[in-house]
Design a protein around this ligand. Structure first.
Ligand SMILES: Nc1ncnc2c1ncn2[C@@H]1O[C@H](COP(=O)(O)OP(=O)(O)O)[C@@H](O)[C@H]1O
Ligand SMILES: N[C@@H](CCC(=O)OP(=O)(O)O)C(=O)O
Length: 372
């Protein structure tokens, strides 16, 4: 019996492209109908639900008669906008058969890295959930550029789990769960039933990328579990084609791979920071600064920085590495890269003389910093 699953009150369910489109043959409405029945049953049992649905590109490709996923961004975006229509129609009509409404939410990485938009998305989602409506979320594929895309919906689903403070993230995929080797080329691979999300040995087994339709593969599912763990959520990676899979999970059956959060939850602001997956530059710290961050929970002062790499503006995310090049923390810079170049190695009192003004005495304030 998996009590963390049976007792979970708020679920984010993510369904991948390969599953939704029956391996590329258009939307699998029959399968969608069966998942909807189960989601409605969960709802009736008092579970709050948010659905993250992939499949726009794959559904669009099938509507257009394209056999191969295009690599050009404009073609992908066109396919996504065509497919998204079919996707939301199919979910809405399927839930409507049970007297439930759905709501479409399309998000980009920018929406979640801007604090105001993040809070807005959170309050809209919470309102929808309170209204008993099922939000159906996908990436806003038509407007994203490479720099601001999540790219795979595993990551998006994890950030949504953080956003709504879900107890459980269920990632439905085309395999029964995470295996100890990629089952595509290892027929003897064994299913991993339980693990801690932060277990480093999982990185090696989740090596491969996604199939022809999806993008993520197991690597992004593992990363999603780690992100979801930051807000205390458990993640299950499980076969979406297993019979009555959601019903059986709710009943406590040991299906799929359960990945547990290891540490305590990060505070809400730190969770938001952890969701910033795009970084713009690197600060190389000296040993003293590494110690101050790691052991004393201090802010990063310019004096402890040896070099500045990349091009970032004030407020953008930078990676802080130690003299050995290993990441120590990441955080939002109070100064641009050009300004930082001028003030590193100097005491904070010297900032005004060097720049002609002072924004903050710290290069990265500890409230805007997360240790890695
Ligand atoms: N260790 C592993 N265990 C299970 N599947 C793996 C593993 N490593 C790689 N994979 C591959 O990941 C694929 C699922 O990812 P993906 O195609 O992105 O699906 P989805 O569209 O559901 O996100 C599986 O079909 C499988 O071949
Ligand atoms: N936003 C994209 C999903 C990206 C993707 O392929 O995700 P997934 O199948 O979950 O790995 C779409 O709807 O096609």
């Amino acid at each position: 019996m998996r009590s963390k699953v049976t007792g979970a009150q708020r679920w984010v369910v993510k369904i991948g492209s390969a599953l939704l489109t029956a391996d590329g043959k258009g939307l699998d409405r029959a399968a969608m109908g069966v998942w909807v029945e189960q989601m409605v049953a969960l709802h009736e049992a008092g579970v709050e639900l948010v659905l993250v649905s992939s499949g726009a590109v794959a559904a669009g490709m099938s509507r257009l008669g394209w056999a191969k996923r295009p690599s050009a961004m404009n073609e992908l975006q066109a396919a996504a906008s065509i497919g998204q229509m079919g996707l939301v129609q199919a979910w809405e009509s399927s839930f409507a058969e049970h007297g439930r409404h759905t709501a479409q939410i399309l998000l980009t990485h920018d929406d979640l890295s801007d604090r105001k938009r993040y809070l807005n998305a959170r309050s809209t989602l919470r309102t929808l959930v309170e209204l008993g409506v099922v939000p159906v979320i996908n990436e806003n594929d038509t407007v994203v550029t490479d720099e601001i895309r999540f790219g795979d919906n595993d990551t998006l689903a994890a950030l949504v789990a953080n956003l709504v403070e879900a107890d459980l993230l269920v990632i439905l995929t085309d395999r029964d769960g995470m295996f100890d080797a990629d089952p595509r080329n290892n027929p003897d691979a064994q299913l991993i039933y339980e693990a801690r999300a932060d277990d480093p040995s999982l990185d090696a087994v989740a090596g491969g990328t996604g199939g022809a339709l999806g993008r993520g593969g197991m690597q992004t599912k593992l990363r999603a579990a780690r992100l979801a763990a930051r807000s205390g959520a458990h993640t299950i990676i499980v076969g979406g084609r297993l019979e009555r899979v959601l019903d059986r999970l709710k009943a406590g059956e040991r299906l799929g791979t359960l990945l547990s959060p290891e540490r305590g939850m990060l505070a809400a602001r730190k969770q938001w920071l952890a969701g910033h997956l795009q970084t713009r530059g690197t600060l190389v710290l000296d040993d003293g600064a590494v110690k101050a961050l790691r052991q004393a929970n201090k802010s990063l002062l310019p004096v402890g920085v040896k070099t500045v790499q990349g091009s970032f503006r004030r407020g953008e995310m930078v990676v802080c590495v130690g003299p050995d090049g290993l990441e120590v923390a990441r955080g939002l810079a109070n100064y641009s890269a050009l300004e930082a170049q001028k003030i590193i190695g100097q005491s904070s009192e010297a900032i005004e003389g060097l720049l002609g003004y002072i924004a903050e005495p710290e290069l990265v304030h500890r409230d805007n910093l997360i240790l890695v």
